[in-house]
Design a protein around this ligand. Structure first.
Ligand code: HEC
Ligand code: HEC
Length: 333
């Protein structure tokens, strides 16, 4: 008797889970998904975006198949496009998903929730309008320390299709909460790599390695734990090389399993560990053409020139307050 009861129980609990999932996510009503909120208490004003899960890709249609391929390229970039890539060898062995968590759907996990609704957009880094293809290639060249993908390639088209699918249902121009990296309150002291090393050793080294090199997959085509510095990591032109971006990412997502609802590091620990990681060696990227309009350069960009006379060191590590005050006094063109 009992033997039969077990499968029945499992089945019933699965059914409850499925019902619960559908109830929460609203299978055919995308708006529902956008109403998930911190602490599970929905308040209309404070709506946090969660994306579609890749299991929901309608991969029985031709478009769905393209979207599914795009998801694969984001999740397993190194398999297709890494140093031993089956399609081309144009990137460093990391996956897009190492930084755009779970395919780019996680709140404050560097998700793709505002990409389709806001691009093409003006970007100060190149002082021009940037479309989604150009933005994807920025990450190939900097975050994956690699080469750009041809716009007409089936890989670029598939990544585009996936990002479009993730952002469907977000009204044009809309930026939901949680679709940017969190901006932590700046400290009134400089972020400290020595303090950061202690945070790193206690919370990060067991996966990313004492040498920051991560851990490779058994077949050596990619990483189980991605590198944080060294020759296989993102280069110094990448977004995470800014300490503010790194601190915001780490606070809400690391150690692995952390969410914005359950951060494990204090803000100070996140700033300091970001300072430690970004003071280690990594590949270089020629950024001499970046930020042609200096007044648009973010305060934590580690390379000059600047509109103010503060050092590169203070721009990189802070404290940012005095720089911001000085910048506010400069008449902006
Ligand atoms: C080392 C980490 C890292 C990797 C790997 C990475 N990115 Fe990014 N990506 C970032 C950061 C940081 C940003 C900027 C986020 C911000 O400023 O809010 C970004 C931004 C983007 C954006 C624009 C997001 C927005 O809302 O404006 C797109 C699109 C994007 N990445 C696509 C990709 C793709 C596709 C890949 C793989 C080919 C990839 N990224 C790999 C770190 C990474
Ligand atoms: C339990 C293992 C684990 C621990 C501990 C951990 N990470 Fe990670 N980390 C990961 C994995 C796995 C990824 C890639 C996520 C993915 O692909 O889904 C990642 C991704 C990252 C990334 C983006 C990708 C890259 O390589 O640049 C950064 C930055 C990062 N972790 C920083 C940290 C910091 C800082 C700590 C300590 C506070 C930490 N991690 C602790 C497993 C871990």
């Amino acid at each position: 008797m009992r033997v039969f009861l077990v499968p029945a129980l499992i089945f019933t609990s699965l059914a409850v889970i499925v019902l619960f999932e559908n109830g929460c996510k609203g299978n055919d009503k995308k708006e529902e998904q956008h109403k998930t909120v911190a602490g599970g208490l929905p308040t209309a004003k404070d709506t946090i975006w969660w994306g579609w899960n890749h299991y929901q890709i309608p991969d029985y249609t031709a478009t769905g198949k393209e979207i599914a391929y795009g998801y694969q390229l984001i999740a397993n970039t190194s398999h297709y496009l890494g140093p031993k890539g089956t399609v081309a060898a144009i990137s460093n062995g990391m996956n897009c998903q190492n930084c755009h968590l779970n395919g780019g759907i996680v709140p404050f996990g560097n998700n793709f929730g505002k990409v389709f609704s806001t691009y093409p957009l003006y970007r100060g880094r190149n002082n021009g309008i940037q479309d989604i293809y150009m933005r994807i290639n920025d990450c190939f060249e900097r975050s994956l320390n690699g080469k750009p993908l041809d716009k007409s390639s089936s890989e670029m088209q598939a990544i585009y299709a996936y990002i479009k699918w993730v952002g469907e249902g977000v009204p044009k121009g809309k930026i939901y909460k949680g679709t940017s990296l969190a901006k932590l309150k700046p400290m009134d002291r400089a972020a400290d790599p020595l303090k950061g090393r202690i945070v790193y050793e206690a919370n990060c080294a067991r996966c990313h390695g004492a040498d920051g090199a991560g851990a490779r997959t058994a077949d050596e085509t990619g990483f189980v734990y991605p590198p944080l510095w060294g020759q296989n990591s993102f280069n110094d032109g990448a977004g995470l090389f800014r300490i503010g971006s790194m601190a915001g990412f780490v606070k809400n997502n690391m150690p692995l399993g952390t969410t914005y609802q359950s951060p494990q590091l204090s803000d100070a620990e996140a700033w300091d560990v970001a300072a430690f990681i970004n003071s280690q060696p990594r590949p270089k990227f020629d950024q001499s053409a970046d930020w042609p309009v200096l007044s648009k350069k973010p305060v934590d960009m580690p390379y000059g020139p600047y509109v103010d006379s503060f050092s590169e060191h203070q721009h990189k590590y802070g404290p940012y307050g005095p720089i911001q005050l000085a910048q506010a006094a400069v008449p902006h063109k």
